[in-house]
Write a protein that binds this ligand. Structure first.
Ligand code: ZN
Length: 203
């Protein structure tokens, strides 16, 4: 990024800035164009482990500092930056707050395709469960459906625990191979969630 659009002072965003001050020029105080990367926007490292409390604090601080009402009397450019920043702020917060959305975002940023799960990609270890669930649903076997539902819920819990472990592994190594594993876990999770919805009769 080049210097401040207004006074030419060196760029505020270095990728390591933590406070909301990074959004303003240190020389003249003008609001700068927002960084498009969500982690950079909040001054967070590009990691999968995010401290939810710290994220909340930064979100509230930035909401106050970037609010369009504060730029009402400023020039066209800062008014626009304030609108742009507020839009990114809300999207970034929603995305980084949720571990699944956060992982999908980081995968996308690293060039992975994380589109909708195709039915052709049923995780092989779930084929039997899918078959049994469909049988139980066809026969309206309520007890078996309930048993399947509780099994899927515990699978979802295990899947989330495994994902948390892989997040830590990635944050220690920044190893792309770990991201491949995480993508597999996300697909599996999505699939299990679909099974839960099916068993619940909501699909
Ligand atoms: Zn400036």
């Amino acid at each position: 990024m080049s210097g401040c659009w207004n006074c030419g002072a060196p760029p505020a965003f270095t990728g390591r800035d933590t406070g909301e001050e990074a959004h303003f020029c240190a020389g003249c105080g003008s609001l700068q164009p927002p960084p498009s990367n969500y982690f950079d926007f909040f001054g967070l490292e590009r990691k999968l482990g995010v401290d939810a409390g710290a994220l909340d604090l930064r979100f509230y601080a930035l909401s106050r500092r970037l609010h369009p009402d504060l730029f009402f009397r400023r020039g066209e450019r800062e008014r626009q930056y304030s609108l742009d920043s507020t839009a990114i702020l809300n999207d970034a917060y929603r995305t980084l707050k949720d571990p699944v959305k956060r992982a999908e975002y980081l995968l996308k940023e690293n060039g992975f395709d994380v589109g909708e799960q195709k039915s052709a990609n049923v995780p092989p270890e779930l084929l039997e469960e899918v078959f049994e669930l469909n049988m139980a649903l066809e026969e309206s076997a309520k007890e078996e459906v309930a048993a399947a539902l509780s099994k899927f819920r515990s699978m979802l819990g295990e899947s989330d625990a495994e994902m948390a472990r892989q997040f830590e592994r990635y944050d220690r190594s920044f190893d792309r191979g770990v991201l491949v594993e995480i993508r597999g876990l996300l697909n599996r999770r999505k699939y299990i969630r679909n099974l839960i919805e099916t068993a619940n009769g909501t699909r």
